[in-house]
Design a protein around this ligand. Sequence first.
Ligand code: ATP
Ligand code: MG
Length: 569
Amino acid sequence: MLYSDLFGKTRHNPPCDADSINAKLLTQAGFIEKLAAGIYNLLPLGYRVFNKINNIIEGEMDAVGGQRLLMPALHPIDIWKVTGRDRTMDDVLYRTHASGDKEFVFGPSHEETVTPLACKYIQSYKDLPLTVYQIQTKFRDEPRAKSGLLRGREFGMKDMYSFHVSEDDLDEYYEEVKQAYLNVYKRCDLKVHVIEASGGPFSDKFSHEFSVETPIGEDTVIVCEKCGTAQNLEIAEGKVANPDEKEEKELPLEEVDVERGFSVEDNAKAHNVPEYKILKSVVYEIEDEGLIGVVIRGDLNVSEVKLENYLKKRIRSASPETLKEMGLVQGYISPVNIPKNIKISFIGDHSIKNVKNFVTGANAHAKDYKNVNLARDFVIKDFTDLVEVKSGFECAKCNKPLKEIKAVEVGNIFKLGTRYSEAFGLNYTDKDGKLKPVVMGCYGIGNTRLIGTIVEVYHDDNGIVWPLGVAPYHAHIVSLGNDKSVTDKSMKLYKDLVDSGVEVLYDDRDESPGVKLNDADLIGIPLRLIVSKRTLEKDGVEWKERSSDKASDVKFVDLMEKVTKFISK
Ligand code: ATP
Ligand code: MG
């Protein structure tokens, strides 16, 4: 491609509303152009990168037996009502009306289309296993579309769905797909953490997220640097360091008057104790049920996802109004001597078992208890792990310290089980003649998010540094000066390289060397070849790889072989 012909050029300044490195560099270098918040045009350079990524994904999905198809983006609302996701995903659904008052949604995901589609073709165990996938645009009304291609309202996804006779068969296939995913990211030169994440509030199973560490990442991931375990903060398990209180004696319970704020910090200050000595009760409303209080050490937080998984119910923080209505005194709630007429049950996090002489509220305004001890002063029937793990906890597997990192999720795979097949009546007749629900898995990769992620990882002060496997072109020829010998030779080199299968962008513009070299750095093509009067005197080009500071002279006679070797790395 001749740069002078290319649609989408570099810009001198980044767009003023670019809120991330990828938005800034991709726009400035002419890969993308924003239409509205979270909605982008992919210009020819960006589209080439997109295609490279898609080809990698397609190759790996085909290799695990996936058959590519294309499902509609526009869905009748009725299929979303079948699973109830018209309600549970209501906040992100784009809805529209067709003539005759029919309601449609723009697909944010395709379980609701693929399952009834599979019903048409899966009847017997002989039709299984089966895997189909598509590379398609998704629509989600994200409340905060941001960070360029990382969080769009219209974005690209590869979504794949597999259908099995049994959980065992799904389990085996799931591992194959996990490996295929790792191959995809490796070919994009991305180092991913495979993260155990929640399978959703009604599932005992994990899902796996594939996440790339980067400061702009919205997810907090807990990793053990020793054994490599990576867990989503929401469900991470770890051991909290316990205070050494073996010698401490249980002191008599005391009720005291106090003037303090509501926070644990205020509480600890008022009583001059460390925060872990505060017995904290966090109150939630359980969907269609009453209140539950989680009792946890003051220096720790409750993982609401762990709580939902434990209760198998959705929860939400109890509002100050609800607390008041139920007779609870905000800031002073505790399981100690709680009036019998208050309808609340308490559940304990294991962390409260190792501390003596807690301080906690006395269920009355401006009154606290000191020297509160489990069993003697209050009883908790249910204990479970409800703590949100943080840096400093120890790895549950190898006891080494855990740390928190910021990461962006570039893929997610789930064992769906029979949730969707039961909703749509996707059954098969087994060898024994019995009708059974099909077991499903689903597997997503954010392909537009991948473009943004690669730029977040691969850039420097001068621009993007594309890894070869996803770069828009392999080589960037830059001719310096207007000398006819230079332009003729550059054009010949361009044609020769293209004829040999090298993907080349040739900057043939009549611009100053400064402008052309800066643009080449900004665009970030892996190999830059300069042709100038100086290089022609040596009968060759200046060779510089974008990822290195070193430049060297290469003679034309050696060039083809060297380039071929470079692009087949
Ligand atoms: P997130 O937690 O980041 O909102 P998600 O878990 O809702 O993502 P999935 O439903 O698992 O997303 O979708 C599969 C993949 O699609 C994600 O792993 C991510 O790479 C990509 N993706 C999801 N939402 C977006 C978005 N708004 N913009 C770009 N890519 C997205
Ligand atoms: Mg996800």
